[in-house]
Design a protein around this ligand. Structure first.
Ligand code: GRF
Length: 219
């Protein structure tokens, strides 16, 4: 692998998805390298793991930009440019983005959402899935567009919903599938195999990788 895409992972807290991307990118065959972990929360737990891995970390505190979302994003953009970032992976980044940052990263920014989109956009996805009585729940990696939790879907992972589930047990089962699909989705995007055509993501007909990117975890 000669040219690995330079990726920034944006987090707000725990950073377990960030960790799964960092671990995948340890392999030299992986088409992306994590060059920066940036958080809007200077105390985000995930920052210490990234630091220990020798990855550059940065905090841009959104509280310093009260009422000025775009000002916050412009400060983030400066840091991304300083690190020659080519792709951005949002991983539990709890800020609503304005058209400014989304536009800067059009088709180069991806996100993971803990639900099978287009169902259950927004917060509280596991509680709502249980309330609705759905039998399958899961996670989605998608390109970021100006509308929240929308955009072309790259990979999805589905898990069964059990009668005995609580929001916490369901969240844990979904999180485990998140850690499987996010590294696969980022690899597809970084290698250029994921292509957006008419708002859908496709790969060349002879490439089976995208199929493997989505999975259903058996009961
Ligand atoms: C994950 O469930 C992710 O799907 C959502 O926020 C959570 C972040 O968890 N966007 P972590 O920080 O990656 O552990």
């Amino acid at each position: 692998m000669t040219t690995r895409k330079r990726v920034a992972v944006l987090i707000s807290g725990r950073g377990s998805n960030m960790k799964s991307l960092i671990e995948a990118a340890r392999s030299e065959d992986y088409p992306a390298e994590i060059v920066l972990v940036l958080s809007n929360n200077p105390d985000a737990e995930g920052l210490s793991f990234a630091r220990q891995e020798g990855i550059a970390v940065a905090a841009v505190n959104h509280r310093d930009y009260k009422g000025d979302r775009e000002g916050f994003e412009r400060a983030v953009q400066v840091v991304l440019e300083e690190h020659d970032v080519e792709l951005v992976a949002l991983a539990g980044f709890m800020r609503l983005l304005t058209p400014y940052l989304v536009g800067e990263w059009k088709d180069r920014m991806i996100n993971i959402h803990p639900a099978l989109l287009p169902s259950f956009k927004g917060l509280g996805t596991h509680e709502r899935a249980l309330e609705e009585g759905v039998k399958l729940h899961g996670a989605t990696v998608h390109y970021v567009v100006p509308e929240m939790d929308d955009g072309p879907i790259i990979c999805q992972g589905a898990v069964p919903v059990l009668d005995t589930d609580t929001p916490d047990t369901l969240a844990a089962r979904v999180l485990s599938v998140e850690h499987q699909i996010y590294p696969r989705a980022l690899a597809l995007v970084a290698s250029g195999k994921a292509r957006i055509k008419a708002h859908k993501v496709s790969t060349p007909a002879d490439d089976a990788d995208l199929g493997e990117c989505s999975l259903i975890v058996p009961r």
